[in-house]
Design a protein around this ligand. Structure first.
Ligand code: NDP
Ligand code: 8X3
Length: 253
């Protein structure tokens, strides 16, 4: 179909999982897409698979703030996005807060929070001037529900959700929609990254459960984008049917 014809999207973290699947769905809908990530071999492979000049890839490390701040100016006028999809992000480790690596916390905050706000601030003035624009921020259920070992990761996602809602407050009167997308268990490279390449540990997270896939979340993202322009989905929380909530924990002497 051509539901995204005449639209240009920027998708961060497009080398894997949700981001990669979102690029493919946007292209299938007729959009032009700028896809970014750190791994250039993955970006090259994505270009080959997509096989369209409506896709442009660029290496961008969200922790490199000079590169992030300079990124909007690297895009020519015809590649300036009217859809910004802030997807790049990660969790590192599942240790308790008193044992966790501070370097893990730093990297999660740098990527999920600082990089995201810098990139968003870079594009916002132009987005605000457009007759129609979208910002989709990939948050997480971890931003709403605490779990042991979620500590700094969950806090970065709570930031992403609240930043999204506060953007709406500031953008009232402009034609920029902002959505916080909050997925639960989604089978991507997320756990492989969280457990630093330990595939056995990563596979266990999804074992025996019917998880959501990157493409499931991409479908929700493109469905939200395809809604009539006057409807703003503030936040959307998703879980696989096979995931739900636990009881409160109580410590007893
Ligand atoms: P993947 O690990 O499959 O993909 C993560 C993407 O983020 C990769 O493309 C990676 O690219 C990119 N990324 C990580 N660090 C950086 C960086 N410093 N600079 C640029 N890009 C970076 O995981 P998902 O697809 O699952 O994750 C996408 C988003 O979804 C994340 O924000 C995650 O927190 C969120 N999420 C995931 C859930 C899940 O269960 N999978 C549930 C809820 C939210 P590269 O390494 O090439 O730079
Ligand atoms: C990813 C989902 O529950 O592993 O954000 O934190 S969870």
């Amino acid at each position: 179909t051509d539901q995204f014809e005449n639209r240009t999207a920027l998708v961060t973290g497009a080398t894997s999982g949700i981001g990669r699947a979102t690029v493919l769905r946007l292209l299938a809908g007729g959009a032009k897409v700028v896809a970014t990530g750190r791994r250039t071999d993955r970006l090259d492979a994505l270009e080959k698979e997509a096989g369209t000049d409506r896709l442009k890839t660029a290496q961008l490390d969200m922790m490199d703030l000079d590169a992030v701040d300079g990124f909007p100016a690297t895009l020519s006028e015809d590649w300036q996005p009217d859809i910004l999809i802030n997807n790049a992000g990660l969790a590192l480790g599942l240790s308790g807060a008193a044992e966790a690596e501070l370097s893990h916390w730093d990297q999660m905050i740098a990527t999920n929070v600082t990089g995201l706000v810098h990139l968003t601030r870079g594009f916002l003035p132009r987005l605000k001037s457009l007759p129609r624009a979208d910002v989709i921020n990939i948050s997480s259920v971890a931003g709403s529900y605490p779990y042991p070992g979620g500590n700094a990761y969950g806090a970065t996602k709570a930031f992403v959700t609240q930043f999204s809602l506060n953007l709406r407050a500031d953008l009232l009167g402009a034609k920029v929609r902002v959505t916080s997308v909050e997925p639960g268990m989604t089978d991507t490279e997320f756990s492989l990254v969280r457990f630093e390449g330990d595939k056995g540990k990563a596979d266990k997270v999804y074992e025996g459960a019917d998880s959501m896939t990157g493409d499931d979340i991409a479908r929700v993202i493109t469905d939200v984008l395809a809604l009539p322009a006057h409807i703003n989905v503030n936040r959307i929380e998703l879980m696989p049917v096979d995931q739900a909530f636990g009881p409160f924990a109580v410590h007893r002497e």
